[in-house]
Design a protein around this ligand. Structure first.
Ligand code: RB5
Length: 146
């Protein structure tokens, strides 16, 4: 796979899984733009979704990865931004379908709800899968329609 730039962010509930995912992405040759947080001090997930969203929307990152305790808060925060399609992934099938059918551009994970190996498999499937287009392009066009 061609090297990509991937922006990654987490709150305190996702910092450990973020570290594991970021290390794996770097080892695979991708450039990782780490938007924090880096410690266990309690922070607010929208504050760390925002910079990842900004990187993706500006085109500086091809994809984003967001991790909080459940992945849910990060997905809610990211999906408030037009042009962002963030999906909470629990397995490789969801990683594949989020790309193939939804053209998702941010993958969200729960640092307290899933193991690292499963998250790594889901992220690998997400990155390896192209958008199918066709009828799915018509559907995602409606998401940001005025
Ligand atoms: C933080 O305690 C937790 O609420 C957050 O990480 C996330 O799970 C929210 O969706």
């Amino acid at each position: 796979m061609e090297p990509l730039t991937i922006a990654i962010g987490a709150d305190h509930g996702g910092v450990e899984l973020k570290r594991i995912l970021a290390a794996a992405l770097s080892a695979q040759g991708h450039r990782v733009a780490d938007c924090g947080t880096d410690g266990h001090t309690s922070v607010d997930y929208p504050d760390f979704a925002a910079p990842v969203v900004a990187e993706v929307k500006a085109g500086r990152a091809r994809f984003g990865v967001l991790v909080c305790g459940s992945g849910i808060g990060m997905a809610i925060a990211a999906n408030r931004h037009p042009g962002i399609r963030a999906a909470v992934l629990h397995n490789a099938t969801e990683g594949r379908l989020a790309r193939a059918h939804n053209d998702a551009n941010i993958a969200c994970f729960g640092g307290r709800t899933m193991g690292a190996e499963v998250a790594l498999d889901a992220l690998a499937a997400f990155l390896a899968t192209p958008f199918e287009g066709g009828r799915h392009a018509r559907r995602i066009a409606k998401l940001d329609a005025p």
